[in-house]
Ligand binder design. Structure first.
Ligand code: DX5
Ligand code: ZN
Length: 220
């Protein structure tokens, strides 16, 4: 049984001790580093931009999984790639020409990801299933860490798994928001491949152990 990919979200780290937290993730069983960029337009919150991304890049040994919660993300793809992103995920809801943006991400040498908000049906991806490498199902309304997972996301992941199988796509399915030990096994069972977790990792007394538990949480 393949263990899930675990991507701790830096949004919940201690920004005054960023190097310490990044090095902790380096030592853990985490697979990727999830980096949430928010512009105060697409979501009602502003997180951080290039200087923080570059600082993380300098210290991490893990691939950087950049989640852009910004309007018109096509304006910044090249710069995020240049500053060290390995994967770039844009929101379906933020792209008029999603296929073009995903192509732009691949041309920049990155894995192309698309994120779907709660209200967006998975079927919007059916006709372009060969254009992305990963799909991020938002399991909360994005903008803030520390929220509770919305159960509607479980059947949605299941539906997406079927859609990708039908389309012959090997894109990975991720889940983001409110992920912890109480719900990870359920979402993996529904078809998720990677788990983004902020509060349940960085809010834990022992984040390395928390990552280990998430990594081992797939039910037999
Ligand atoms: C929310 C972000 C998430 C967030 C997850 O908009 O996309 O990645 O950091 O944080 P938790 O795990 O605290 O819900
Ligand atoms: Zn995220």
């Amino acid at each position: 049984m393949t263990p899930p990919i675990i991507a701790p979200s830096i949004l919940a780290a201690d920004f005054a001790n960023l190097q310490r937290d990044v090095e902790m993730v380096n030592r853990s069983e985490a697979d990727w580093f999830h980096v949430d960029v928010m512009d105060g337009m697409f979501v009602p919150n502003i997180s951080f931009g290039f200087p923080v991304l570059e600082a993380i890049r300098r210290h991490t040994t893990k691939p950087l999984d950049v989640h852009l919660m910004i309007v018109q993300p096509e304006r910044y793809i090249a710069e995020f790639a240049e500053k060290g992103a390995d994967h770039i995920t844009v929101h379906y809801e933020a792209c008029t020409h999603l296929h073009r943006v995903l192509t732009q991400i691949r041309q920049a040498g990155c894995q192309a990801g698309v994120a779907l908000n709660m209200q967006t049906p998975v079927d919007v991806l059916a006709d372009i299933a060969d254009a992305f490498d990963q799909v991020l199902i938002m399991t909360i309304n994005p903008g803030f860490g520390g929220q509770k997972l919305l159960p509607l996301s479980v059947p949605k992941v299941r539906k997406l798994r079927q859609l990708l199988q039908g389309a012959g796509s090997s894109a990975l399915i991720g889940v983001d928001g409110g992920m912890d030990l109480s719900n990870t096994a359920t979402l993996l069972d529904a078809g998720a491949d990677y788990v983004v977790a902020g509060t349940s990792v960085f809010g834990s007394d022992d984040p390395i152990a928390a990552i280990h538990r998430l990594k081992s949480s797939r039910q037999p």
